[in-house]
Ligand binder design. Structure first.
Ligand SMILES: [Zn+2]
Length: 308
């Protein structure tokens, strides 16, 4: 409430109509004057110009997006009532060549999750920015969480989601190293009740056709696909002057916490030099479309089953 332009506290017996002006919780009294400015103020019960100024200063009303972390516990109930689907994004902090940022595997699925939030009622959890990056642990900037710890983290989040009464949890995963931990956690979290986890390893489960159409050098790590996608999503974080091609083919899976450049030169595998933002756009747009279709199906209680 805006303070009246002039007032005297209890100097005279107040007119009843002048009572009841609440100002920071206290009743204040003021005397009517007969000049025009005062009369206008009395007409509105307060200074209309001050109201106008205050409205200008107020931040514009924000459209509430279904991001889990932005609701209060009370408003959460209302948002939760609009959906049966929650999206959990699992990323990584891992070396991606010398031309892509460490959080590449977090940025890409987060971009898709934000599209889900824009276009559906599904509640989107904040991205988990670390994952199991064992293979890259010897590269600068990589932070890897041990898989047995990740299973516990994922499992706790999944149970926390299901505890709220949701039926479907879509794990939008951005990193291959997370798959075993997500799978184990999901098996545990869905033991009881009619709870369903759907794991979307987005780089291979979504936009298959777009990839076939645009990729000239498919496969790899920090290769043509990821580089194109980052060029579309965060072009400012891509340095194509540093993009180089490396391919080391091994016949067997080699597991070692100590290898580095001999198997993954420059923390990458493949050829990013053919990457373009347009290729990235086409892949991300198809991925978005398919992901939103999946969410919409789940909202209607339909599982994404493909029957041949
Ligand atoms: Zn990656």
């Amino acid at each position: 409430m805006v303070a009246p332009p002039e007032f005297e506290s209890g100097s005279k017996g107040p007119e009843p109509s002048m009572l009841g002006q609440l100002h920071h919780g206290a009743i204040v009294r003021y005397e009517p004057r007969l000049d025009t400015r005062q009369s206008v103020f009395h007409l509105f019960g307060c200074n209309p110009f001050a109201l106008f100024i205050r409205d200008k200063a107020r931040p514009p009303a924000r459209i509430q997006m279904p991001f889990w972390s932005e609701f209060s516990h009370k408003s959460f109930q209302k948002a939760a009532g609009k959906t049966e689907v929650v999206v959990m994004v699992t990323g990584a902090m891992e070396a991606h060549g010398t031309h892509l940022p460490l959080a590449t595997d977090s940025y890409l699925p987060t971009f898709l999750a934000e599209k889900v939030a824009e276009k559906t009622n599904a509640l989107v959890l904040p991205t988990i920015p670390f994952g199991d990056s064992w293979d890259f642990n010897n590269f600068e900037g990589t932070i890897s969480i041990a898989p047995e710890v990740l299973v516990d983290v994922y499992n706790s989040i999944m149970k926390g989601v299901f505890k709220q009464g949701f039926q479907y949890l879509v794990v939008l995963n951005g990193h291959g190293g997370n798959i075993p931990a997500i799978t184990m956690a999901a098996k545990n979290a869905t033991k009881r009740g009619n709870r369903i986890v759907i794991i979307v390893n987005w780089w291979k489960d979504l936009a298959e056709n777009a990839r076939k159409l645009v990729e000239e050098t498919p496969g790899g790590h920090a290769a043509e696909d990821e580089t194109s996608e980052l060029m579309h999503v965060h072009p400012e974080l891509v340095d194509m002057s540093k993009a180089e091609s490396h391919r080391v083919v091994t016949k067997f899976s080699i597991i070692s916490g100590s290898y580095r450049d001999e198997l993954l030169p420059s923390a990458m595998y493949g050829d990013p030099r053919k990457a373009t933002p347009e290729k990235g756009r086409l892949i991300m747009e198809q991925a978005e479309e398919e992901l939103i279709e999946l969410i919409n199906q789940l909202q209607q209680g339909k599982l994404p089953l493909v029957r041949e």
